[in-house]
Ligand binder design. Structure first.
Ligand code: ACO
Length: 330
């Protein structure tokens, strides 16, 4: 990777107030707490009310970031929102953030790389700052997956939650955050996890078109557990690091059992792993920044720690990044 000139300098997050517990789900579909905990490790998730949208969560995450950041965000020159559940196809969520915070001179766009979207956003922000094109970029992962969930399908509705996490990436040549990255795509596996607005055929399979998520959980599980350890190895080799050099591993919080299996295969202790899945469910591209912010609140993650972020999801797509945590301790 070209020498990075970008540092992650601030973080904030927001989850909606409404809790959807396993007990609540027992009243909606034929499921039970024991099955959900045993297969996913999830106890509850937060979901938005009818009139609360992805932009609302992202705005609150940025406001939370501003409380923890002693400089201005008026000079942000690009807003990247990673989401698969934007309020509208356009205007983007990113444009709604510009309008809310009145940043005078900023670009703004939404990015869709599903659960790998936040790490994609960081990768793009690092590239744009290190090349000299931008100086200060907001990267936000925000999702309201509850609005794209079929609450009659017990194999998917127990998994997903809503939330948003935001970080600021700034020019800092002296003390950059980004060490190495790995990106990849497996388009052939796209049929295993999709959200279609239109009925169409893909790879010989007729996809449903009701706007909800559809997944073959077992296939996604197998793919992630097989491919993430390989990607992790590549990432570490590129950085000339060993697993022991990593302070924190932050994989996409899809399912706690998946995370345990990935950690076991990669010889990473669960004690060195940050996740948001237990109380927030799978929040797609918000899950990694939510886990990072939780790590700060639990006083685990500190300035200067070496951290591996690894997003993976629908597409199928993945992005891993090794960073030095650059946010000053609160
Ligand atoms: N409660 C009770 N029983 C259930 C439930 C439920 N909520 N859901 C499924 N079952 C039953 C099934 O009907 C099946 O019963 P049967 O054996 O009588 O047919 C049995 O449990 C096993 O079903 P599987 O689907 O094979 O269960 P599995 O062990 O694979 O777990 C799960 C399912 C939790 C979905 C798992 O496959 C998984 O987590 N996959 C990965 C999902 C994921 O991460 N997806 C998203 C990536 S994020 C993104 O990009 C948006």
């Amino acid at each position: 990777m070209t020498q990075s000139k970008a540092r992650i300098t601030a973080i904030g997050s927001y989850i909606p107030e409404r809790v959807l517990s396993n007990a609540d789900l027992e009243n909606i579909v034929d499921t039970n707490n024991e099955w959900i905990v045993q297969r996913t490790g999830m106890k509850e998730r937060r979901i938005t009310s009818e009139n609360e949208f992805t932009s609302d969560l992202c705005i609150k995450a940025v406001k939370n970031l501003m409380q923890n950041y002693d400089k201005t965000v008026d000079d942000v020159d690009l807003i990247i929102v990673s989401t698969t559940t934007a309020d509208f196809v356009f205007p983007s969520v990113a444009c709604q953030l510009q309008e809310t915070f009145k940043m005078k001179s900023t670009g703004a766009f939404d990015l869709n790389a599903t659960c790998a979207g936040f790490t994609y956003g960081l990768h793009v922000a690092n590239g744009l700052i290190s090349s000299g094109l931008h100086k200060k970029i907001l990267v936000i992962g925000g999702e309201t997956l509850s609005k794209a969930t079929d609450y009659t399908d017990r194999s998917t509705c127990v998994l997903f939650g809503d939330g948003a996490g935001a970080v600021l990436v700034e020019y800092d040549e002296e003390n950059p955050s980004f060490i190495s990255s790995v990106l990849g795509t497996n388009g052939e596996g796209g049929i295993h996890l999709y959200r279609s607005g239109l009925s169409k055929e893909m790879n010989g399979m007729k996809l449903l078109g009701d706007g909800n998520m559809v997944q073959n959980g077992r296939e996604v599980y197998k793919w992630a557990v097989r491919s993430v350890p390989i990607g992790l190895q590549t990432l570490l080799e590129k950085a000339h690091l060993r697993t022991e050099d990593i302070d924190w591993f932050v994989p996409h919080s899809a399912n706690l059992r998946m995370i345990e299996s990935i950690c076991e295969k990669s010889h990473i202790s669960m004690d060195n792993t940050l996740y948001s899945v237990k109380k927030m469910g799978n929040t797609s591209s918000a899950s990694i920044p939510l886990a990072l912010d939780l790590g700060i609140k639990e006083q685990k993650l500190h300035y200067g720690d070496t951290v591996v972020l690894y997003g993976f999801g629908g597409g199928l797509t993945y992005t891993g990044i090794i960073i030095k945590w650059g946010v000053p301790d609160r």
